[in-house]
Ligand binder design. Structure first.
Ligand code: NI
Length: 200
């Protein structure tokens, strides 16, 4: 089932999310719905707060970033993305190392805005997978980038929070419009300013 994605301005996106127990009700159904929702919106990652649930759970499928074009120069940052479909439950980024590199990020909760964000290139993350098996893994490049972005969501941080104060100021009008639903988007969303009963 495709769920509406919460737009910028909703307080749930600014909240630090809670860990969940193994017997969390209807966890499998929730994860399936999150994948349906992410694919319908053509995203490569989706965190539970983005569907209005303040829990420490996110999913990724960055296989669209994989180098599948024949004859193209391989991009070292795209290594290992062919099957990069994962569920992260109660994750902890244990370590972030390497050079900071910039990449133009976007977010399903902040449609139409894309900005360069600097993040470190390598992470070590511990988490529980969809079967609640404990995992410890190292990720680099785009894989690390997607996890860092989604991890921010469960900490109540958005990519726009990483921008310079000036850059953020320049985006204020656009962000306000997004929160009011004054944005063209081809997937289901829920807009905080409309939900609160304020009309345009
Ligand atoms: Ni996002």
């Amino acid at each position: 089932m495709i769920l509406p994605i919460v737009a910028y301005g909703d307080p749930v996106l600014k909240k630090e999310a809670e860990e969940i127990p193994e017997d969390f009700p209807k966890l499998k159904e929730l994860i399936d719905n999150m994948f349906d929702t992410m694919y319908a919106a053509h995203g490569v990652g989706l965190a539970a707060p983005q569907i209005g649930k303040s829990i420490r759970l996110f999913i990724v499928d960055a296989s669209p970033f994989a180098d599948d074009e024949e004859g193209e120069e391989p991009d070292p940052k795209a290594e290992g993305l062919e099957n990069f479909k994962k569920v992260f439950i109660n994750p902890i980024i244990e370590e972030e190392t390497g050079e900071e590199w910039s990449f133009q990020e976007g977010c399903l909760s902040i449609p139409t805005i894309r900005e360069d964000v600097f993040r470190k290139e390598k992470i070590v993350v511990t988490y529980y997978d969809e079967n609640f098996d404990f995992q410890e893994e190292t990720f680099e490049g785009y894989a690390a980038r997607v996890i860092q972005h989604e991890y921010d969501h469960i900490e109540g941080v958005l990519f726009t929070d990483h921008l310079s104060p000036l850059k953020k100021k320049l985006l204020t009008k656009k962000l306000t419009k997004i929160s009011k639903g004054e944005v063209s988007v081809d997937y289901r969303m829920s807009f905080p300013a409309i939900k609160a009963g304020k009309r345009r």
